[in-house]
Unconditional design. Structure first.
Length: 275
């Protein structure tokens, strides 16, 4: 490893020792992850958000290895796809983007823009209802990841009746994971003292709620981390979490204030499907 890349690797993983459980990646795996994060193929706007999303520490905390089969639930525009797809390809792993038809445009755009990097990305429907079988084979995933999505399920996002389908989502995730497999969750954190009703409108969700849902579906909490914490976020903004960047729902109103606060305070939870 040359000196320049060694320095990059050290800078990319400054918080690994601060996580609540060991990162669990070898030096070679960390090098592959650092290489994927440093890739010039990443979208510049995505790179600018690394300081808020901490991809190196987050993926190391979840123990994502390059030969894993990883399912990312609702990858949106593909922020993590740009990192995970090449990282997994480097070790013979598999990346699956799981989302409804209306949530796949970002992945389609990535695949069309760079077939060499993203052509092998698999796509599956999630969640599935009305008795339909899941498109991710049962017991096939080593890791399932979802970033800032549990609050959407709790809010009944995209359902005309706004019915909460979070528990069903967790149950479907449980089925797709291998015994011993990991579920990694990052989401906007609502203070435990806040009214639970705010989970239905604010975009924030309590850590206790996420843990309850996961445990009801059969998961065990293995570790938590403050990797993605932001103590400046008080979670009581006029337009919910969307008041803060990157959305900035109030546009120019108090824009500098919200930019100074930064992106939301986020829980980072690692669950395991018992063997």
């Amino acid at each position: 490893m040359n000196r320049r890349f060694a320095l990059l690797l050290a800078a990319t993983f400054p918080l690994a020792a601060c996580a609540s459980s060991p990162a669990g990646l070898s030096v070679q795996q960390r090098t592959a992850l650092a290489s994927a994060i440093a890739s010039p193929a990443r979208t510049p706007a995505n790179v600018a958000r690394d300081r808020y999303r901490n991809p190196a520490d987050t993926l190391a905390f979840f123990g994502v290895q390059p030969d894993d089969t990883v399912v990312e639930i609702w990858p949106g525009g593909g922020w993590y796809t740009e990192i995970l797809a090449p990282y997994l390809a480097s070790g013979g792993g598999t990346y699956v983007a799981a989302a409804p038809d209306w949530g796949r445009s970002g992945i389609t755009k990535l695949r069309n823009s760079n077939a060499a990097l993203f052509g092998a990305v698999r796509v599956a429907d999630f969640p599935v209802f009305d008795g339909k079988p899941t498109e991710v084979p049962n017991g096939s995933a080593d890791v399932v990841l979802t970033f800032r999505n549990v609050h959407n399920w709790r809010m009944g996002y995209r359902r005309p009746d706004k019915q909460d389908y979070s528990l069903e989502a967790f149950r479907q995730i449980h089925v797709m994971l291998k015994p011993g497999g990991v579920l990694g969750i990052v989401d906007h954190r609502l203070p435990e003292s806040a009214s639970a009703e705010r989970e239905r409108t604010s975009g924030y969700i309590k850590t206790s709620t996420v843990r309850r849902l996961a445990e009801q579906a059969g998961f065990r909490l293995e570790a938590s981390s403050e990797i993605n914490a932001n103590p400046r976020d008080t979670a009581d903004w006029p337009d919910g979490v969307w008041t803060l960047p990157p959305t900035l729902a109030l546009k120019d109103k108090d824009r500098e204030r919200y930019l100074a606060i930064g992106e939301s305070d986020r829980m980072t939870l690692k669950f395991v499907k018992p063997r």
